[in-house]
Design a protein around this ligand. Structure first.
Ligand SMILES: C[S@@+](CC[C@H](N)C(=O)[O-])C[C@H]1O[C@@H](n2cnc3c(N)ncnc32)[C@H](O)[C@@H]1O
Length: 300
């Protein structure tokens, strides 16, 4: 194992997310193995195959430097990451597509081909948004094909246009780790003042700018010199959750109504694990299974 592959950590919430993902993958392949479809697993922020340290080299975009405690969460350990979890699932997927921006991490993923020589593994060293849009935009190719996609970014890297393209295939079940306290909630300043960069990032992330009205209220307030308009954040975690579930519903066939919040050791909901299904026929059962998994009691 190289030094890179050894830079691992596993926090409770990381373990929880992978446990829940694994449960869904198992249920999915068990059902799909009896169906006539070709079905793949796509991991768009794949890492190395082992659990990741938060040193993605993309601090400007992921905002991870703003939230350094994310890097300190959880005990050190050598555990399987999502790519390995997926490779361990029986019945197997017919194809595994791992997308990873870092060249070194992609090289680690390439090694999985030797370790699992009887699997069809494709490693794409590139940006998840670009690679996914390319994969999904070929809509006609999705006939007869299905996939589960895991989107597990460090921060706010997923763009709404990517989510729309994923839903547009009408063939993909998507699990997405939404950066709740670790991203969106912290970016929404109390008085609504934020840099243009943050505003643009939120626009790209939500695919619209209505979040400003959804998350803030404007009021007139009297002061010595008359009246002034003040802006105040009204959005708590629940408002953000409801807003995002509605956004997903605007493009997917069916969406799990209650994403699972993943808490850090201080009780902050760092992320929420969201699920959405794109296929008209498959969505009801997919969401039923996902809901069941999302409601599973927390361990420990
Ligand atoms: C949270 S880690 C993924 C962990 C992985 N799912 C696991 O369970 O082991 C996020 C990964 O996304 C990669 N990454 C960051 N930005 C990316 C982008 N725009 N496109 C593709 N990969 C990216 C990072 O290099 C990092 O390996």
């Amino acid at each position: 194992m190289s030094n890179l592959a050894k830079q691992q950590f596993g926090g409770d919430w990381t373990q929880e997310k992978l446990h829940l993902l694994g449960k869904y993958l198992k249920a999915y392949t068990t059902i799909m193995a009896k169906q006539p479809f070709k079905f793949a697993y796509i991991d768009a922020f794949a890492g190395t195959g082992y659990r990741e340290e938060r040193a993605d080299g993309d601090h400007k975009n992921s905002l991870s430097t703003l939230f350094p405690e994310m890097a300190k969460e959880g005990p050190q350990g050598f555990f399987e990451g999502s790519a390995r979890v997926a490779l361990g699932i029986e019945p197997r997927f017919l194809k595994y597509i791992f997308i990873e921006k870092s060249k070194e991490r992609s090289e680690e993923l390439e090694k999985l081909k030797q370790e699992f020589p009887d699997r069809e593994i494709h490693v794409k060293n590139g940006d998840a948004n670009n690679e996914l849009r390319m994969l999904c935009d070929k809509n006609e190719n999705w006939r007869g094909q299905r996939a589960v996609l895991f989107l597990d970014p460090f921060g706010m890297n997923v763009e709404w246009s990517t989510i729309r393209a994923i839903a547009g295939t009408k063939a993909i079940d998507m699990w997405l780790l939404f950066p709740l306290d670790s991203g969106v909630h912290r970016m929404l300043t109390n008085d609504g003042k934020m840099s243009e960069g943050w505003r643009n990032r939120l626009d790209l992330f939500f695919g619209e700018n209505n979040w400003r009205e959804a998350f803030y209220e404007k009021r007139s307030q009297k002061n010595l010199f008359g009246e002034e308009e003040v802006t105040r954040r009204t959005a708590d975690y629940q408002v953000i959750e409801d807003y995002f579930v509605k956004r997903l519903e605007s493009v997917f066939e069916k969406v799990a109504q209650r994403p699972r919040k993943l808490y850090n050791s201080k009780g902050k909901p760092l992320f929420m694990l969201c699920f959405a299904a794109g296929n008209l026929k498959g969505a009801p059962i997919a969401v039923k299974i996902a809901n069941h998994i999302l409601k599973e009691p927390r361990h420990g």
